[in-house]
Design a protein around this ligand. Structure first.
Ligand SMILES: N[C@@H](CCC(=O)N[C@@H](CS)C(=O)NCC(=O)O)C(=O)O
Length: 236
């Protein structure tokens, strides 16, 4: 059976990594059987999670994983027009290459309270000394990545202003549709759900989360996908 290597589940959401959550959501939306293997990025083929192993192949990066799932199992995007596919790619890039960095900044840099919550979720299971060394080394590395991306060169209020624009754009485009591209879920929904639940549904406090929490259509969308595809995660 296909194995999905990802962070341990925590915070009552599918995964604390938007990209791991994206792949697990795609697998569930497409009805592909899988098994979870808890992992840390260190051993991943590209040093990042998620990765999958299947039929003797190991594959990293959610975009290449989804190409593989589409060609080997089931393509959630098969009914889309070229124009819809273009919108799908553009919005995935907004989510994964822009808004993601605002979320990353919130967790690894914005406040010490957020960092402690994030540290506990990712490194909490390690023995104390190893945990502190690994956590501070990784924090430094991720902060360098945020700076290298360019997001980390702005002031906090500028970073959150950029993130709020993305949330506004996503909310406006979703409108009253059940899914981003109509009545049925596509890859774009796996990507959007993965990041949006990681902004609005996790214990990382920021102006970005506050802004997401006032978008009723985005909250209903997250609730709808959780209800349809994660019945095992719903709270009484
Ligand atoms: N482009 C990659 C991004 C994956 C990614 O950034 N994963 C993060 C977790 S959200 C990671 O493993 N980071 C570890 C690191 O950078 O050391 C994808 O689509 O899978």
């Amino acid at each position: 059976m296909l194995k999905l290597h990802q962070f341990e589940r925590t915070w009552g959401i599918p995964n604390l990594s938007p990209f791991c959550c994206k792949i697990e959501t795609y697998l569930r939306m497409a009805g592909i059987a899988y098994e979870i293997k808890p992992a840390l990025p260190l051993r991943a083929p590209k040093g990042k999670l998620p990765y999958i192993s299947d039929n003797g192949k190991t594959l990293g990066d959610s975009r290449f994983i989804i190409e593989y799932l589409k060609s080997t199992y089931h393509d959630l995007d098969s009914g889309l027009t070229p124009e819809e596919l273009a919108i799908s790619i553009a919005l995935q890039r907004l989510l994964e290459e822009h808004l993601f960095w605002v979320a990353l900044y919130s967790r690894w840099q914005f406040t010490d309270e957020n960092w402690q919550v994030n540290k506990q979720a990712i490194f909490g299971a390690l023995p104390p000394i190893v945990r502190d060394v690994a956590a501070s080394h990784t924090r430094k590395k991720i902060q360098q990545q945020i700076y290298g991306h360019g997001m980390g060169r702005h002031q906090a209020e500028e970073i959150f202003a950029l993130g709020k624009q993305d949330i506004d754009a996503l909310s406006a485009y979703l409108g009253h549709k059940p899914y981003f591209l109509g009545d049925r879920p596509t890859t774009l929904d796996a990507s959007a759900f993965g990041l949006l639940i990681n902004i609005s549904g996790c214990p990382i406090e920021s102006p970005l989360k506050e802004h997401a929490l006032i978008k009723e259509n985005l909250l209903a969308y997250i609730e709808r996908i959780t209800h349809s595809f994660y019945p095992d995660l719903q709270h009484p």
